[in-house]
Ligand binder design. Structure first.
Ligand SMILES: Nc1ncnc2c1ncn2[C@@H]1O[C@H](COP(=O)(O)OP(=O)(O)OP(=O)(O)O)[C@@H](O)[C@H]1O
Ligand SMILES: [Mg+2]
Ligand SMILES: [Zn+2]
Length: 329
């Protein structure tokens, strides 16, 4: 699986802090209690003395060790019972000084022996949402909120869009790093290219992969920052390495960036290196396939046409359709 290493580092740090905070909180409650109820302090001291003696007896061994340990255990249980009753009689919950972890299963360590706990997997997915660059789009633009009804005006268009939808959904649900699948979404404005790319991104992140979504413009800007050394920091959006290494890169709105030697070479590089590394990429563009061919070097175009599955989006601008529906006509 491909959780980004930066996210893994960050999430582990968060878990460590959470774990320590839970311990500290419990300790603080204990000291507070000791100040108010010195009898509890006495009992705690006595209980820990018994524990210590039990350890000593175990280590020392000897004839009667086993018998002695049984006695110590019995005494300890009695004292703990007394402590519990005292707490309850003073109006405290019996587990007032126990450590309260957010996840009782793993005690906020993130692991059950060597297996990662579900709580840490969830945290990594949330971190994945954040580092994907998708922000709020991900809450609204899902496969569930995608409706084929908007393409019903013409049956050939409906069939094509149904195919596109099913193709992209299957791509996301079956995504794996073992298989390089690249998609090129072509089509006019407002036809659902970004919507379906976002939906795919979310599904792939949910399945535990590292996904990066960018517009061509922001990708070029990132590379420019590095080129001119204008304060590009690794903490911004992860280093440029992620463009080459993430499991799935989505470059949206290709063709809206300024076209010059530099921008074309960035695009060429990213597309080419990812193909060489067998990493999947999804691009989308308003340009018609022929325009794409004439705007970019032949080398880019031939890679896109040779190695990407083209999906043509057709229909009537859904932004407009929704606006008209809202205005009631
Ligand atoms: N089939 C659909 N069902 C529901 N909402 C849709 C559908 N297609 C698009 N939308 C919505 O319409 C708006 C425009 O869609 P989207 O941004 O995906 O278009 P696009 O093809 O990426 O356009 P552009 O080329 O301008 O970027 C978005 O708010 C999106 O959620
Ligand atoms: Mg778009
Ligand atoms: Zn857990």
């Amino acid at each position: 699986m491909g959780y980004s290493s930066e996210n893994v580092r960050r999430v582990k740090e968060i878990f460590q802090n959470k774990y320590l905070a839970a311990q500290n909180d419990a300790q603080a409650r204990k000291y507070e209690l000791w100040a108010k109820l010195p009898e509890i302090r006495e009992l705690d001291m006595a209980i820990s003395a018994l524990g210590l003696e039990a350890v000593r007896t175990t280590v020392g061994g000897g004839e009667n060790a086993r018998q002695r340990i049984m006695e110590l255990k019995k005494q300890s249980i009695e004292l703990q019972e007394a402590r519990k009753n005292l707490l309850l009689s003073k109006g405290y919950p019996a587990d007032y000084t126990a450590v309260h972890y957010e996840c009782e299963k793993c005690g906020d360590t993130g692991y059950l022996e060597t297996k990662m706990c579900d709580c840490m997997k969830r945290a990594l997915i949330l971190a994945g949402y954040e580092s994907s660059g998708l922000g709020k789009l991900m809450q609204t633009q899902t496969f569930d909120s995608f409706s084929l009804d908007f393409y019903r005006a013409k049956s050939e268009i409906y069939e094509k869009m149904k195919h596109n939808f099913e193709f992209i959904k299957r791509f996301a649900e079956e995504f794996s790093t073992g298989k390089c699948v690249n998609l090129a979404l072509f089509g006019g404005t407002g036809l659902g290219k970004t919507h379906l790319s976002t939906a795919a991104a979310k599904t792939v992140i949910d399945r535990g992969y590292d996904v990066l979504y960018v517009t061509a413009v922001s990708m070029i800007a990132d590379f420019e920052k590095e080129r001119f050394g204008s304060g590009y920091s690794d903490t911004d959006a992860g280093s440029l390495g992620r463009y080459y290494d993430c499991d799935l890169l989505i470059i949206d709105d290709i063709g809206t960036e300024v076209t010059n030697q530099f921008t074309v070479s960035v695009l060429y590089n990213v597309i080419n290196v990812r193909l060489a590394k067998q990493k999947s990429t999804v691009i989308s563009t308003n340009l018609a396939p022929a325009e794409l061919r004439s705007r970019y070097w032949d080398r880019i175009a031939s890679r896109i046409f040779g190695e990407y599955t083209p999906l043509l989006f057709e229909g009537t601008d859904i932004r407009m359709q929704k606006l008209r529906m809202k205005n009631g006509n």
